[in-house]
Design a protein around this ligand. Structure first.
Ligand code: GLA
Length: 383
């Protein structure tokens, strides 16, 4: 993919020009658990964002997006920088966050090109943030470890863009490994890479519905979880987050919680259990159990957390009976975007053609179906 970036490049090559890439992600299981200090199991995907960077003598950042064919410029010394609901918010947010964290940046000319489908729940935003972060840091001769980079990019999204996301997307973009999913404890940030069997493929089915509601609904879900924690913490010792509540404890206090808060909490708590079971299943090569857990996760997201939509439900319902399918569920924040399907490698082509026809017939839209391996972490690319 580096080659196609080169075709469009505006920045001429010199020894000071560097190129970085950061992948998007698909989440196998563990949805809406990251901001509850819980467990997730994402994998980095082949789609990514490329950022080419060269230094400037001043403190200006000039950024050209090949996707939007648009140039944006800002000064790192402008204290009035604010989000404007624009693609460049992610770049500005990362620059401002790094600079304010004491990593004083040199000015930079940036060019960005991404292949992660936008608004499809595959973390195009995290991939822009991480690639931009790597580029701006290298341009100013800073080395930051991947955990810190993930944290800084998450703060950019939380505090500048205003999306109160957890750390999953930025973390996997910084820690992906080829052929492996990642089990992450979002509280301790301890993680483990889990090999994916060569006999299965991750098939990502794009409903073609953009997840536009995601920002506002997402922040609301997070607020409801916090309300649940506040209530439960007064009654159960040691509760700091939903991560600390067992299914049994939740049931004991169910009648004291508003019904909606109870259901939101039930999703998060049961999803944490499913992720841990899924990790065991994957380690044991038990793909049937993993698939069942993925199916259960979808139901919980649909009914308890209410972040699915008709098209996501349709896509999983059409996928499940197809030959070679172990499990299917929505992936990412929800309200549109993609499903993730664990499918026997030998059935990949049949899955793609049958599901495309059936989804088109019912939804009236041709879905995009991507076959992705689990990809490597973000880093510098050879030019
Ligand atoms: C979005 C957020 C993540 C995570 C998922 C839901 O992708 O950016 O932090 O919360 O939604 O699991």
């Amino acid at each position: 993919m580096a080659e196609s970036f080169e075709l469009n490049s505006r920045i001429s090559n010199s020894s000071e020009v560097r190129l970085f890439r950061a992948p998007g992600r698909v989440n196998l299981i563990g949805e809406h658990t990251d901001y509850n200090d819980g467990f997730v199991m994402p994998a980095a995907i082949d789609f990514c964002t490329w950022v080419k960077v060269s230094p400037r003598p001043d403190r200006m950042v000039s950024v050209f997006s090949w996707n939007f064919k648009e140039l944006v410029e800002f000064s790192l010394d402008d204290s009035a920088l604010a989000p404007r609901g624009h693609w460049s918010d992610y770049v500005t947010g990362v620059a401002v966050t790094l600079d304010r964290a004491g990593l004083k940046l040199r000015g930079a000319d940036l060019e960005i090109r991404g292949t992660v489908p936008i608004g499809a729940g595959l973390s195009s935003s995290a991939s822009i943030e991480v690639a931009t972060g790597l580029a701006l840091l290298a341009n100013s001769a800073y080395a930051v470890n991947p955990v810190e980079l993930a944290r800084l990019c998450q703060s950019a999204e939380n505090d500048f863009v205003g999306m109160r996301c957890g750390i999953m997307d930025q973390f996997i973009s910084c820690h992906g490994q080829e052929g492996k999913a990642l089990l992450l404890d979002c509280r301790s940030l301890e993680f483990k890479h889990l090999p994916l069997s060569a006999d299965v493929r991750l098939l990502i089915c794009n409903t073609m519905v953009k997840h536009e509601l995601a920002g506002s609904e997402y922040n609301q879900r997070r607020a409801v979880c916090e309300a649940g924690v506040q209530h439960l913490a007064q009654r159960i010792p040691g509760v700091r987050a939903l991560r600390d509540v067992t299914e049994r404890d939740l049931e004991l206090h169910a009648s004291e919680l508003p019904e909606l808060v109870y259901r939101r909490c039930r999703h998060v708590i049961s999803e944490n259990t499913r992720v841990q079971k899924a990790a065991v299943a994957l380690e044991q090569g038990d793909l049937d159990s993993l698939g069942t857990l993925m199916n259960e996760s979808h139901l919980s997201l649909r009914d308890d957390y209410e972040v699915s939509c008709a098209e996501l439900d349709l896509m999983v319902e059409l996928a499940r009976p197809l030959p070679g399918v172990f499990g299917a569920r929505m992936t990412g924040g929800g309200f549109g975007g993609c499903t993730i399907n664990l499918v026997k490698a030998a059935h990949t082509d049949e899955f793609r053609s049958t599901l495309t026809q059936r989804y088109l017939k019912v939804a009236g839209v041709t879905p995009e179906i991507y076959v992705s391996g689990a990809a490597a972490a973000a880093g510098e690319a050879i030019q």
